[in-house]
Write a protein that binds this ligand. Sequence first.
Ligand code: G3P
Length: 217
Amino acid sequence: MQFFLDSTDLEEIKRLNSLGIIDGLTTNPSLIYKSKTPFKLLIKKLCDEILGPVSVETVAENSKQMIKEGIKLSKMAKNIVVKLPMTWEGLKACRELSMIDIKINITLCFSTSQALLAAKAGATYVSPFIGRLDDENIDGIELIRQIKKIYNNYSYSTKILAASIRTKNHVTQSALAGADVATIPPKVFSTLISHNQTDRGLEIFNSDWAKSGQKIL
Ligand code: G3P
């Protein structure tokens, strides 16, 4: 499974990227607004830090403008992935941009029929929002499972990018369901490693080693 961060917080991104296991980044207009940073400067900083795919979303409503925005975004850095909304206009823009080799992430996916459309339109990634489905008491992980089955049935190359991840269980369940990528907010990412038995076990090892009086170096 690939791990993307879902953030525009450069300090947090740098901290976690230093682990060497971050494969990409996703942003959206709300995260960009939260950053309070001039757009072009922010995208340059993010794309300089994260060498893998960086998703940046168009904001136009019609496909003609989305295509113009998508081409402009793709020229900002070689690792830009253009994020388009799950609308008919977004799918039309996806079709056009994917034909000129611009990578596309179709976002705001909430159903299998939408995921089918994204694959048909040539999307590189489709982003099912599992947390927002859970908010409506709909099983977001089941959606991942069904998309995976449909994509396997037809050997679609579109990658499933589990998004709107709220807990470490979302990450593990998405992996079990076969998502290709999980895009994880830094605060959730930091919880992936924590387990009280690990902490307790390390405490005991350190204490017994200290009692042994031995040294390695
Ligand atoms: O990438 C999409 C993600 O940022 C949405 O997350 O928690 O706002 O549903 P959330």
